[in-house]
Design a protein around this ligand. Structure first.
Ligand SMILES: [Zn+2]
Length: 157
């Protein structure tokens, strides 16, 4: 466990996202809109041993302190994720992620006739959280229900 703590606290300042389900780190970066061209020094660790999860991924972003609005979106694909805000090599804030009541822009509606899919309309997608367990979201325009396991394929970014 000592080794794990070292990994987590190594950056001087920024955000460490820990306890990401193994294999989901790249989805985490997509949801956060981090492509690499922003210039943030970012470390992605995949399939690291975890006592809690067996295997897990870790994402470390230097000099970027992610707000709750941003990190809560991660709950859609990484509900076990923990957020550590680091300053001066110390964790100054630790929080869990929670799916927000409303999710705008992030997901595409699976209904091809939904107004948000029309190229002539400039309508931003908006989903309402209907149920947390199991995760069910509903498109606020056409009423289409989306289940948790479908979300990965509906990411717009
Ligand atoms: Zn829709």
């Amino acid at each position: 466990m000592k080794e794990e703590r070292l990994t987590v606290s190594k950056i001087r300042s920024g955000t460490v996202i820990d306890h990401i389900p193994a294999g989901k780190a790249l989805h985490v970066l997509r949801i956060l809109g981090i492509t690499g061209s922003e210039g943030y020094r970012t470390a992605v660790l995949m399939n690291v041993e975890s006592r809690k999860l067996g295997r897990k991924d870790i994402v470390k972003i230097e000099h970027k302190k992610l707000g709750e609005d941003e990190t809560n979106l991660l709950a859609l694909i990484a509900p076990t994720a923990t957020i550590n805000i680091v300053e001066g090599y110390e964790i100054v804030e630790k929080r869990r992620v929670r799916i927000p009541e409303r999710i705008r822009r992030l997901l595409t509606c699976p209904n091809p006739t939904c107004i948000t899919r029309s190229s002539r309309e400039d309508v931003v997608t908006s989903f309402k959280l209907v149920s947390r367990d199991p995760v069910i979201l509903q498109c606020e325009y056409c009423g289409t229900m989306v289940r948790g396991e479908e979300l990965e394929n509906l990411l717009t970014k």
